[in-house]
Design a binder for this molecule. Structure first.
Ligand code: PLP
Length: 458
């Protein structure tokens, strides 16, 4: 993609390689360059590229029925995907609402939390609490939840006044404590925030079990989600698991919240649900919420997406779930994820590697300018981008995390989330190239460090 092409690239300062084909974990550019897609795009292409049976299922559905408005007609792929997805989810989920992606699904979750409170005759409740250091999407409701200061900044006047609690971030505890002596105080910040805001205004709480772009691989200790669940129960607000990245096998469980043994009220998912073959997201509704909605909203409610339950998108989701189950991709994500985690540890000794963290096939590395003080790099994001650039030059594509993840101002992290079909040998290859890329970025940085340009305040 060149700058002069008539396409609005949101970062128009870059010329991006144009890819023309994908196969397995590889992408091929028009100039013949081959890239390992070690980020599955942005944690999307879980099944790998070019899976014929998914494409065949899509084509067959497009031929039978490509579109029928779901406000007027039910369609078979939507029914089938609903059945399959509630079976795939933790026990107790009974309904699925389909969207064209994660942000749309987050908007639906915000509305369902509101509808739940309306059904309980609490019309003052509308705020969904979220966390700093989170990412929930780019539409205005989802961005209001998002806790990335830099991405929010330009749009602040347009955002809803949703409160944010402290992030879970043991490597840089925002309270200066250490686990387990901290008693997971960051999770108790939900109760404090609800009280400060006034519980009469709160409808729900949303969190990602493991972070994507806002702090690749970060997650909480075993007590974290049980404490949040308990708080949500005591205030009768909905616990919403944002599993747009972590859902459908990515972390070695069907849904990542299962690592904490907690059942949320709503699960938002997308990305790996279709493996990127079709735009698709979903909100799963637990029985205890559905009962209330069904009883009190006798005439239904407005959500309104034209493409909700699109037959081709849903047929893609069914084919993707078939593929995931038949090839035990959730088990493979767990096994390959263990290997990836172990192999990443071989990079822990490098001068710039601050923390390595993740679950299943969702890992991140946080880079620091000084491993003792944990001082981040300056300018923010430059080092992570240098690593990604060096990796791409060597045929390895990675995600660069947000450059404000440390404290709203600084942060250098990268994300690794290869397709769930990645082989053991391919994991080794990814680590080998990544090690070279970090070494090359460090060599460049050393030069700048001598000029005192790379340390942010500790
Ligand atoms: N929620 C999370 C946790 C995400 O990571 C994302 C996207 O990266 C979204 C929501 C938004 O999804 P989409 O980009 O499909 O709208």
């Amino acid at each position: 993609m060149r700058r002069q092409d008539p396409v609005f690239l949101t970062d128009w300062t870059k010329d991006l390689p144009t890819v023309v084909r994908g196969e397995g974990i590889y992408l091929f550019a028009e100039d013949g360059t081959k890239y390992i897609d070690a980020a599955s795009g942005v944690k999307v292409a879980s099944l790998g590229h070019g899976v014929k049976e998914i494409v065949d299922a899509m084509a067959a559905q497009a031929q039978r029925l490509a579109f029928a408005y779901t406000g007027a007609f039910q369609n078979l792929p939507q029914i089938e995907l609903g059945k399959r997805l509630v079976r795939f989810a933790p026990a107790g989920f009974v309904k699925a609402y389909f969207t064209s992606g994660g942000s749309e699904a987050v908007e639906v979750a915000i509305k369902l939390a509101r509808q739940y409170q309306l059904a309980k005759d609490r019309p003052s409740r509308y705020k969904v609490v979220s966390r700093w250091n989170s990412y929930h999407g780019a539409t205005l409701g989802a961005m209001s939840l998002t806790g990335q200061p830099r991405r929010r900044q330009d749009y602040l006047p347009l955002l809803i006044d949703f409160p944010h609690i402290l992030p879970v971030y043991c490597y840089r505890c925002p309270l200066g404590k250490s686990y387990p002596a901290c008693a997971v105080a960051c999770a108790h910040d939900l109760e404090r925030t609800i009280r400060l805001e006034g519980e009469a205004s709160i409808s729900g709480f949303i969190a990602e079990p493991v972070l994507g772009s806002s702090g690749n691989g970060l997650s909480g200790p075993p007590e974290y989600f049980p404490i949040l669940r308990d708080t949500c129960d005591r205030f009768d607000i909905l616990l919403i698991a944002d599993e747009v990245i972590t859902g459908v096998g990515r972390t070695g469980r069907n849904f990542a919240i299962e690592h904490w043994g907690v059942t949320p009220d709503l699960i938002v998912t997308g990305k790996g649900l279709s493996g990127g073959y079709s735009p698709l997201g979903a909100v799963l509704i637990h029985q205890r919420v559905w009962e209330v909605l069904e009883r009190e909203h006798r005439e239904g409610m407005f959500l309104g997406y034209t493409y909700s339950g699109n037959p081709v998108a849903c047929a893609t989701g069914v084919a993707a779930l078939d593929y995931i189950e038949r090839h035990d991709l959730v088990g493979r994500a767990a096994a390959r994820g263990d290997q990836l985690g172990r192999r990443l540890q071989s990079l822990a000794g490098r001068a710039t590697v601050g923390e390595i963290r993740g679950k299943g096939l969702l890992w991140g590395i946080e880079f620091v300018a000084d491993k003792v003080t944990r001082a981040p790099f300056r300018p923010p994001g430059a080092f992570a981008n240098a690593v990604a650039r060096e990796a791409l030059r060597r045929g390895l594509y990675l995600n660069v995390g947000s450059s404000d993840s440390v404290d709203g101002a600084y942060g250098d992290n990268i994300g690794l989330a290869p397709p769930l079909v990645t082989s053991a040998e391919e994991i080794d290859l990814i680590i080998e190239i990544l090690g070279d890329a970090i070494a090359a970025a460090e060599a460049t940085m050393l030069h700048r460090q001598r000029e005192g340009l790379t340390h942010a305040p500790a």
